[in-house]
Each structure stands twice: as structure tokens, then as C-alpha cells.
Design a protein around this ligand. Structure first.
Ligand SMILES: Cc1cc2nc3c(=O)[nH]c(=O)nc-3n(C[C@H](O)[C@H](O)[C@H](O)COP(=O)(O)OP(=O)(O)OC[C@H]3O[C@@H](n4cnc5c(N)ncnc54)[C@H](O)[C@@H]3O)c2cc1C
Length: 427
């Protein structure tokens, strides 16, 4: 979304634009698959609040959305019941904005110590799950900035795109092409050699290595790819050192497609309004339906270090473990759920060579690194992507769009040499 946003803006401003995309599709960490009439998201799924740049694009693309609602259930001590208010967690996290102390890791946040062991665990689980973060690393200052940013866009109101999230990058790619940008798929970039005002990009085209030349380059690959040196820079820009001060968080999410909406239809359950399910003693600990849309899907989510427990699992193994957990939570026979299961859809973002993780977070004392990444390098290299957002919305689709807009604006500022050419008068 970051790269396509920038490409569209630059092409609309009359610049010559070439997008080199490693995958055979656009969308990156937005990936939707379809099974008959069912839509299964493997990456981004929710619109968090009312970020204007995202909603403008959704409207322009003519997509339809719906707000999530329904009843949240909690499974604790072997019992399933409606959840108590989640507000104590949010109240606690809202206090972060008042923190005047140094930027510590959340684990060292003094008020955390004052909570009961049970509440402390709940708060830590929430922070790790939502941010895909290790609570021993994520910084208090970035959490406060994020909390403030979410409040500004009513981030607690959550929506889905009915046609599937992938329609959004597809639309954006169409707009970029319409404006004159060229988008080449299956062209992983391996190396970038640069000096002020001139860049040589080496990209793979099957067995061949293409060499392309440009005056300016926007690098919109995920933070994980920068960390793993998926693209090699010569010379190494200082911004890349800043990138190593930020963290890429892991997530394991999977969507189970069933024959029926058994949670709504099974005589012993009748949970027709089931929305989120928090199973504190299960793995995964967070589940959701697509309520109020009556799909036959249940999604499981593990964010942060605990996702490692599913690291080596195949799709089939994930599906089977998930059925066992659901059988336990809902007190149903395992064979009933195994027979209900049509398929388990999941993508391992951690080992994906064009992502190497789910989304970024900012560790303690890392906020300056974000600013550095968002600063043009010699008016020649520009970094974009959710991890470079300077408005506190890291790890979201709207952060990626914002960063693409910002990088395009920066790249449109003429260099000194161009200014000289533009203002030079014939003698
Ligand atoms: C499981 C999961 C759930 C999520 N849920 C949500 C959600 O509900 N709501 C939300 O707002 N956000 C969510 N996110 C986060 C959101 O998906 C991302 O923040 C956003 O899509 C990132 O966009 P981007 O353009 O920065 O990066 P990407 O989408 O990753 O795009 C980067 C592009 O660079 C390409 N690339 C990588 N390496 C190379 C290379 N060497 N050469 C050329 N191209 C390369 C990639 O293929 C990719 O297309 C979720 C993410 C995950 C993984």
C-alpha cells in the first residue's frame, strides 16, 4: 500500500514511475483468498477507526464496509461466559499518555507492578497480542503516542471490507497504472547502489539480473526485509542503521472455514451473536467471527512471542490443534468439529522472504529512529512503509498509505540541480 500510494501520487504529478514488486501480486501484507462465496483474509482484515486517507480510498474504489459488533465471550477456568467490560485494560493503557518518565520497556513501566497478577497478565497479553510485540521491548513512549493517535481517529470503532481487503491495493494499482506508472511483478530487488542524484537498482527477472537507473528511489519493503538484508545497499545509508533500532513483530493468524455456523446453530450453544472470544487458557487466546456478517469462518490470532508455539506447524496441524482447542472451549466432541472443518487458511509471515514478520513496533528509545527513517537520504533515497509512519499508527494499512503520501511529497521536491535547470534562462 505504501509503494502503490507513492507510485500513484508521483505518476499523477507527471513523473516517470516504475514499481518493482517481488511477488506475483500486489498488496503485500494484504492477502485475501476466496473459497466459494466465503472470503478469507490472511493478512490485514480490519479498518481501525476513521483514518481519512483509508476511507477516502475505500469510497473512491466503491467498496462496501460494515462495522463489527456482537457479543464478546471469555473462556476462563473452564467456563464460557459473556466478557466483563474490557475497559479496565483501556483505562490502564490510557494512563500511559501521562507518563513523564524515561522511555522504558513496557515490562519496566512502574504502574504494571501495582496490578494484581491476573490483571497484569491480561494487560501484558493485550499489549503483546495487539502490537505483535514483546512487552520486554516495546517502549512506553511509542505506546503513548499510539494510544493518542488511535483516540484521534476513534480507533475502537472497527470495520471490515465486504468484498475483501485485496480489492483496495488492486484498485490502487489500477489508479497508478492509469496515471502512467509501470508496475512489474515478480521482480525482487536484490541490490541498490547509489550516490546523490543517481541510483542503480538490480532486480531479478527469472534467471536474469536487470540493472535499472533512476534519479530517486522509494524503498517500501517491510522492516523485516531491511533487517534480513533482503536488499543490499551500497553504500549503507544511515537510515538503515535506524531501521535496526526498530522491531518487527510476529503473528500467527489462521482462518478456519466450516460447513456450518455451528456456534450459532448447535443446540447446546446458540451463540448467534458471537463476535470476539478471549480464551485466556487456550492457544490461540483470541478468536473472532465475522459477525454481523454470517460467514462460516472463525479466525484464531496469536500476536507477539507466543506465536512461536505454532512456528513449525503445517496448515493441517494448525487446523487440527485449533479444532482441539475449540472442542475444549465449547465442550463439543472433537470429531464433530473435525467433520465440520472444510479448510484452514493461514500464511506464515515470519518466514515469508518478502515480509519476515507481521508488522513493526517501536522499542524503548526507538522513536528517533522512526524520524530518521522518514527523512530523505541525500534527496535520492526515501523510505516508506508502515514502519516509517511518523503519526503513531505503526502496523496498520493507513500507516502504510500515510508513509507513501509522505515519501511521494518528499520526492517531488526538486533537487538543487533541477531547480537550477528550471530557473536557468537562455542568455
Ligand atoms: C496477519 C496480519 C494481520 C494484520 N491485520 C491488520 C488489520 O487488521 N488492520 C490493519 O490496518 N493492518 C493490519 N496488518 C498490518 C498491515 O497489513 C500492514 O501494516 C500494511 O499492509 C503494510 O503495508 P506496506 O506497504 O508498508 O508493506 P507491505 O504490504 O508488506 O508491502 C511491501 C511490498 O514490498 C514487496 N517486497 C518485499 N521485498 C521486496 C524486494 N526485495 N523487492 C521488491 N519488492 C519487495 C512485498 O512483496 C510487498 O508487496 C496486519 C498484518 C498482518 C501480517
Amino acid at each position: 500500500m505504501a509503494g502503490l500510494t507513492a507510485a500513484r501520487r508521483l505518476a499523477e504529478a507527471g513523473r516517470q514511475v516504475l514499481v518493482l514488486e517481488a511477488r506475483d501480486r500486489v498488496g503485500g501484507r494484504i492477502r485475501t483468498i476466496r473459497e466459494g462465496d466465503q472470503i478469507l483474509e490472511l493478512g490485514a482484515e480490519f479498518i481501525h477507526g476513521h483514518p481519512p486517507e483509508l476511507w477516502d480510498l475505500i469510497r473512491e474504489a466503491g467498496l462496501s464496509t460494515y462495522p463489527i459488533d456482537g457479543t464478546d465471550y471469555c473462556h476462563r477456568d473452564g467456563k464460557l461466559r459473556k466478557c466483563d467490560e474490557q475497559s479496565p485494560i483501556f483505562k490502564f493503557l490510557n494512563q500511559l499518555e501521562k507518563w513523564k518518565g524515561p522511555d522504558l520497556a513496557f515490562a519496566d513501566y512502574p504502574p504494571l507492578e501495582k496490578l494484581s497478577p491476573e490483571k497484569r497478565e491480561e494487560v501484558i497479553n493485550y499489549v503483546q497480542s495487539f502490537n505483535a510485540a514483546d512487552y520486554r521491548q516495546i517502549g512506553i513512549h511509542s505506546l503513548a503516542v499510539q494510544q493518542h493517535a488511535e483516540d484521534e481517529i476513534q480507533g475502537d470503532e472497527v470495520f471490515r471490507i465486504r468484498e475483501g481487503y485485496d480489492r483496495l491495493p488492486q484498485f490502487l494499482a489500477w489508479k497508478a497504472r492509469e496515471a502512467g506508472a509501470r508496475i512489474e511483478l515478480s521482480r525482487p530487488v536484490e541490490r541498490i547502489e547509489w550516490r546523490r542524484g543517481r541510483v542503480e537498482v538490480y532486480a531479478r527477472d527469472g534467471g536474469e539480473l536487470l540493472e535499472l537507473t533512476a534519479g530517486k528511489v522509494i524503498i517500501a519493503v517491510p522492516l523485516g526485509v531491511l533487517h534480513q538484508f533482503g536488499v543490499v545497499f551500497d553504500p549503507v545509508p544511515h537510515a538503515l542503521i535506524a531501521a535496526h533500532q526498530l522491531s518487527m513483530g510476529p503473528v500467527r493468524r489462521f482462518t478456519l472455514l466450516f460447513r456450518d455456523r455451528w456456534w450459532a446453530e448447535h443446540d447446546d450453544l446458540k451463540l448467534s451473536k458471537l463476535s470476539f472470544l478471549f480464551a485466556h487458557d487456550a492457544m490461540p487466546p483470541v478468536w473472532w467471527t465475522a459477525h454481523p456478517w454470517e460467514t462460516r469462518t472463525l479466525t484464531g490470532w496469536i500476536g507477539g512471542p507466543r506465536s512461536a508455539s505454532f512456528a513449525q506447524c503445517t496448515r493441517e496441524q494448525v487446523g487440527d490443534i485449533a479444532c482441539q482447542e475449540l472442542a475444549r472451549i465449547f465442550s463439543l466432541p472433537i470429531d464433530y468439529l473435525r467433520n465440520q472443518l472444510v479448510c484452514c487458511a493461514t500464511q506464515d509471515w515470519q518466514t515469508d522472504p518478502y515480509a519476515f514478520g507481521a508488522y513493526s513496533y517501536v522499542p524503548a528509545r526507538g522513536l528517533d529512529a522512526v524520524l530518521e527513517l522518514a527523512t530523505p537520504v541525500e534527496n535520492t533515497l526515501y523510505f516508506a512503509g508502515e514502519h516509517t509512519d511518523v503519526t503513531g499508527h505503526w502496523g496498520t494499512v493507513h500507516a502504510a498509505i500515510r508513509s507513501g503520501e509522505r515519501a511521494a511529497k518528499q520526492a517531488l521536491i526538486p533537487t538543487r540541480a533541477q531547480l537550477h535547470q528550471m530557473t536557468a534562462r537562455p542568455a
